[in-house]
Design a protein around this ligand. Structure first.
Ligand code: ADP
Ligand code: MG
Length: 365
């Protein structure tokens, strides 16, 4: 079923606006965005699509396939969106944009939720696109990414950084995006044509808000405070050494500061097509998330061990916020099928591999 068929069977007739926003996979640079550091995601060929038209009854209505249905009230008063609910992800940007007419909407997605591929940002960005289209409003992509992040922070209640919304808005076909979160400068970097990008779902789903995410964020912010820097982006590894007395804060900070260094090194290795170095940096990133930041799970660790031992594997690490989710792997394209077959068999995770294409960013269709 495509979005037009879903619209027809749910609401009847045709939508006026259709928008699509991709999910993303992060190649390296985890939990660095909220410290104004560096990240390296690619938008992917899976995402959320929303279709909308002005509601003839004046009552807002949304049906999101797999999630459910929601109605506004007749008075058109401020919608009550329970924090962490799917409605908060979908409709959270309405109030921030302001002046959006009541809409009837349907949404569909081919992104697994809570799997580290940012179905949250894809949902926020796709809905925001139909809201601004319905209002007849131009919105600059950077402003859109920031508005969607604000909605996730304030309406949903997840203190996420800017990476996911940024990747969804600015994605480019066949490229990963080296992003400096502080300056918001983006350097699209091609992924070598002989390399395949694969997400490997662990089957363990996280819930960012409920998980350790806010606590981890506070621990690392405490480290920045003790070092006297506004964000860990501004700290060096030598400075982090002075935190050794408090092992927990020390390790949290060591992850973020070392991860920022790995992002830059990764970009150089990717441009050089240096598969060995790329693999080394991805494994070092995983080890840092496992031992210092402590956001991996035993299953994700096992997946990385199994994947990295396969001869077709260039690099593999957990991707996304952690506490479940997925791994990202780069493998030799000519041996992609062999890698997937062996990996799924050895870990007994049939159907959990998703070959991906780096894709264009969000757009009104
Ligand atoms: P991730 O972003 O890694 O997929 P999150 O926990 O950040 O995981 O976001 C997942 C949440 O986003 C879901 O629990 C749901 O509330 C919301 N969501 C995801 N996809 C949709 C969708 N198609 N329609 C409405 N809400 C969605
Ligand atoms: Mg998310």
């Amino acid at each position: 079923m495509n979005i037009h068929e879903l619209f027809e069977s749910t609401l009847g007739g045709e939508p006026t606006w259709v928008a699509h926003a991709p999910g993303r996979i992060n190649l390296i640079g985890e939990h660095t965005d909220y410290h104004e550091g560096f990240v390296f995601p690619a938008a992917i060929n899976h995402g959320v699509t929303v279709a909308a038209r002005v509601s003839p009854s004046g009552i807002s209505r949304v049906f999101s396939q797999g999630w459910g249905e929601w109605h506004g009230d007749k008075e058109g008063g401020k919608a009550v969106l329970p924090p962490h609910s799917w409605q908060a992800y979908a409709l959270g940007t309405v109030e921030l944009i302001g002046g959006v007419p009541p809409l009837e909407m349907v949404a569909m997605s081919d992104l697994p939720a809570g799997a580290g591929l940012s179905s949250s940002a894809a949902t926020e960005v796709a809905f925001s696109l139909v809201f601004t289209a319905a209002k007849g409003m131009e919105m600059d992509p950077l402003a859109r990414a920031k508005l969607c992040q604000r909605s996730e922070n304030e309406v949903v209640g997840v203190p996420c950084g800017l990476m996911d919304q940024f990747a969804s808005v600015f994605g480019q076909a066949d490229h990963a995006l080296h992003i400096d979160i502080r300056t918001t400068s983006i350097t699209p970097t091609p992924i070598p044509a002989a390399w395949s990008l694969i997400a490997l779902q662990s089957g363990e789903h996280h819930q960012l808000g409920d998980s350790g995410y806010p606590l981890w964020r506070r621990q690392s912010e405490e480290g920045a405070r003790r070092l006297g820097v506004p964000f860990l982006r501004d700290a060096t590894l030598a400075q982090v050494e002075s935190l050794r007395g408090d092992d927990l804060v020390y390790r949290r900070c060591r992850h973020i500061v070392s991860e920022n260094l790995r992002v830059s090194a990764f970009r150089e290795a990717l441009i050089a097509g240096d598969a060995d170095r790329v693999g080394e940096l991805m494994l070092a990133s995983h080890a840092s998330m496992r031992d210092d930041y402590e956001i991996t799970t035993p299953r994700l660790d096992l997946m990385v061990e199994v994947g990295s031992n396969h001869p077709a594997c260039i690099g593999i690490r957990m991707t996304g916020g952690g506490f479940g989710g997925a791994c990202v792997a780069l493998v030799w394209k000519a041996r992609e099928a062999e890698f997937i077959r062996d990996f799924e068999l050895e870990l007994n995770l049939p159907g959990n591999a998703m070959p991906l294409r780096p894709s264009a960013g969000a757009r009104v269709l």
